[in-house]
Design a protein around this ligand. Structure first.
Ligand code: AMP
Length: 417
């Protein structure tokens, strides 16, 4: 029989790893809380046209990577990213009527049919945020600052902020023409896919990882040279604001990012290069001032980012393992088991995590289990202890032992364990 396996590129997160996930998630929640963000949860499935309209038809995600299917009469897609669904929810619930500025974050799985490799999976998790209602550029800088703080709180100290502006639709049109004029004579040097994109979406060629394309775009015009006056003022405002916040950054005029919805500010944060190599983009984000209106909502500016949780876990320095329980209750002999269970019940009443090995077995074996669980204390309940009304409490770190009355164990350990 063929062994059953998880789908390719989709991973189990076993209990041994989930503590690290909780750590990253809780640091994300607390950091975003410092900036007034609240959590939004949207469905994992959305209608397919939402992604096609929001992300753009000629993008890798929409052309090749979406898990789409028709169920009864509905065309549905497993969300490949978070922004489209969050924007849809913002519009559907007419949130702009009740609050001028909304700061929302989300955490959850995304699905893209990509070729799996280290740091790139088909089901992966993003920690992201969207800020609606502020045209920037100061909030753009603040968002970048919140991310650097988040990464710092995770122990990722080598983070590098890269920024660019792709302007509004006017500048984009001008740039598209300039780029097409530059690349047209070099068309034969481009990869097959980029030759096609020269007609459909030339900006995407700057994103290509093909060495042929990378060579061909060298010396290409940069979008910063064709920005409108307002776009330039926005970009300069962002730079001034980052300087005021003492945030170092690098301008990469070829940064375009893979999704079509961006306007003006674009940014990426790289980090953990020693562990991730070239695929070390931890966070990607940008402004999307037209999306809400294009999806049928009001004209509300917006900016957002998404960080890949798996990549953060690889990039961060490993934190110390938290103990699974703080107390282990060992029971010696059949009649001791129910007393051990009662002791454990009292410990849990006091909110002390504990485990009882109701299988019994040798004391040595049970203490080995206590150590494996990271317990600081072991309570030893044997027949002799029951007869005397007291149990042995062993401090596994200090290697000391004390006799404590059965009904006082929980109080004794509270505050110590
Ligand atoms: P994007 O939504 O493509 O802008 O990606 C934002 C961030 O999500 C990236 O910088 C990565 O950290 C992460 N990410 C994107 N795609 C994947 C993937 N297939 N597997 C793991 N992480 C991903």
């Amino acid at each position: 029989m063929t062994p059953l396996r998880a789908p390719k590129g989709m991973n189990d997160i076993l209990p041994a790893e989930s503590g690290a996930w909780h750590h990253v998630e809780s640091i994300f929640r607390s950091t975003m809380g410092l900036y007034g963000y609240r959590e939004v949860r949207t469905p994992y499935l959305e209608t397919t046209p939402l992604f096609v309209r929001a992300i753009g038809e000629v993008t890798d995600v929409v052309e090749k990577e979406m898990y789409s299917f028709v169920h009864r009469d509905d065309a549905l897609t497993l969300r490949p990213e978070g922004t489209a669904g969050v924007a849809r929810a913002y519009i559907e619930h007419r949130v702009h009527n009740s609050e001028p500025v909304s700061r929302w974050f989300y955490l959850g799985p995304m699905f893209r049919a990509e070729r799996p490799q280290r740091g790139r999976y088909r089901q992966f998790y993003q920690a992201g945020a969207e800020l609606f209602g502020d045209p920037g550029p100061h909030c753009d800088a603040e968002m970048i600052e919140s991310l650097v703080r988040f990464l710092g709180n995770l122990g990722i100290s080598d983070s590098e902020v890269v920024i660019n502006s792709i302007g509004g639709s006017g500048a984009r049109k001008k740039y598209r023409d300039a780029l097409t004029d530059f690349l047209e004579p070099k068309k034969h040097l481009l990869s097959e896919e980029s030759q096609r994109r020269l007609v459909t979406n030339p900006l995407r060629i700057l994103d290509s990882k093909s060495p042929r394309d990378e060579e061909a775009v060298k010396g290409a015009p940069v979008i910063l040279d064709v920005l409108d006056a307002d776009d330039t003022a926005h970009f300069e405002g962002l730079r001034r604001s980052l300087d005021a916040l003492r945030m170092p950054y690098r301008v990469d005029p070829h940064l375009v990012r893979g999704l079509d919805y961006y306007t003006r500010t674009l940014f990426e944060i790289k980090g953990g290069a020693d562990k991730l190599g070239a695929g070390n983009t931890l966070v990607g984000g940008g402004r999307y001032d037209n999306m809400i209106a294009e999806l049928g909502g009001p004209s509300v500016p917006a900016i957002g980012f998404a960080a890949g949780v798996e990549r953060l876990l690889i990039a961060r320095s490993a934190a110390e393992e938290a103990p699974i329980v703080s107390v282990f209750v060992a029971s010696m002999g059949d009649s001791a088991v129910s007393c051990a269970m009662t002791v454990a019940q009292r410990l849990r009443d006091m909110s002390l995590p504990c485990e009882v090995d109701s299988r019994g077995g040798s004391l040595k074996g049970q203490l080995r289990r206590a150590n494996a669980l990271g317990a600081r204390f072991a309570v030893i309940v044997g027949e002799a202890e029951i007869a005397s009304g007291s149990v042995q409490v062993k401090d596994l770190a200090a290697h000391s032992q004390e006799s404590v009355a059965v009904d006082k164990v929980a109080e004794y350990l509270k505050g110590k364990a």
